[in-house]
Design a protein around this ligand. Structure first.
Ligand code: TYM
Length: 320
């Protein structure tokens, strides 16, 4: 199967990115054909500083490689190195009703907050559809926030196929319920744009500090607590063994445990979990030439794949 997914270089990758998406990307790469890319064009919709954008692209690449992305097997590239996708987006845009874009949440939310959206944000889901369709993806592993974008992709692909004949494969989302929305330190969805993230490769001290800041209710040590509504417990679920989790569940419900204890243990577990990858991450930091080589090699393979789909779409729509 072809597995495709993208991550925006709009900040350092965090635990929500890891459990909601990257973990699945890495697990699926061995038995399938993985296509993973750094979505720079999507990140431009928030107008980052040029140097910041370059730094984040590098960091996303280094994070992925440190965590185990295998560039020998998996195709890994920068979105901006594959212009075929942008051309495909134009062909798709000509069969896309404006109303479909208007219903998409990231654009709607921005307007609801009284902010003015740029046109890139408006067409953001269309570029994502081009990403997905260009590579004939079977499965798109993402967090819950991307569900609508995949539905839109299927709508547009079906419309195009209906108008111009079988051109695109219809993809499926792959969302794991238990990790679909990882909470951040303020209890909202962990997100670079809410400034509530815990980064995967956060320096140790900072990681502990952030964990201690996770928002909880004000139940005292002796009082019983509800694990089902607690962000600390939700994060413990990602890192603790089943037996340990059962113990925490009991301690929460019985009382006699302070949130501080649960947080300290959570920080330990997080640091332990990512520790085996830290050394590799530090090595990669010193080897930008290797990272560049991987991304360039990936782009060549990605261009070849996207080129075939684009040629078919051009032909079917009536271009020479
Ligand atoms: P982005 O960069 O916002 O996030 C990357 C991936 O991480 C997931 N994610 C989360 N999952 C669970 N809990 C969270 N708190 C959390 N925060 C982020 C996201 O769901 C995503 O899977 N539009 C995409 C990038 C993209 C793309 C694509 C994805 C561009 N083209 C084609 C798939 C296919 C985005 O903004 O992801």
């Amino acid at each position: 199967m072809k597995i495709l997914s993208g991550i925006q270089p709009s900040g350092r990758l965090h635990i929500g990115n890891y459990f909601g998406a990257m973990k699945q990307h890495l697990q699926l790469q061995d038995a399938n054909d993985g296509f993973y890319f750094i979505a720079e064009y999507h990140a431009l919709t928030s107008n980052p500083e040029p140097d910041t954008l370059r730094d984040y692209v590098f960091a996303v690449a280094a994070d992925y490689l440190a965590l185990g992305l295998n560039p020998e097997k998996t195709v890994f590239w920068r979105q901006t190195d594959v212009p075929e996708v942008v051309e495909l987006m134009w062909l798709l845009s000509c069969v896309t009703p404006v109303g479909l874009m208007e219903r998409c949440v990231s654009y709607k939310d921005k307007l609801a907050k009284g902010l003015s959206a740029n046109h890139g944000l408006f067409t953001y889901p269309l570029l994502q559809a081009a990403d997905i369709l260009a590579f004939e993806s079977d499965l798109v592993p993402v967090g819950a926030d991307q569900k609508q974008h995949i539905e839109v992709t299927c709508d547009i692909a079906q419309k195009f196929n209906h108008l111009y004949g079988e051109t695109f494969k219809i993809p499926k989302e792959y969302i794991i319920d238990s990790v679909a929305v990882v909470p951040g330190i303020d209890g909202q969805k962990m997100s670079k744009s809410y400034d509530n993230t815990i980064e995967i490769f956060e320096p140790e001290k900072k990681m502990r500090k952030k964990v201690m800041k996770i928002k909880t209710d004000s139940a005292g040590v002796d009082e019983p607590k509800n694990p089902d509504t607690c962000s600390v417990f939700a994060l413990l679920k990602l890192f603790a063994s089943e037996d340990e989790l059962k113990e925490w569940d009991k301690k929460y419900r019985e009382g006699g445990m302070g949130y501080g204890d649960a947080k300290k243990r959570l920080a330990e577990l997080m640091l332990e979990f990512f520790k085996p990858y830290r050394e590799k991450r530090e090595e990669l930091d010193k080897d930008p030439a290797y990272i560049e080589k991987v991304l360039k090699g990936g782009a060549e393979r990605a261009r070849a794949a996207a080129g075939e789909t684009l040629a078919r779409a051009r032909h079917n729509i009536g271009i020479r």
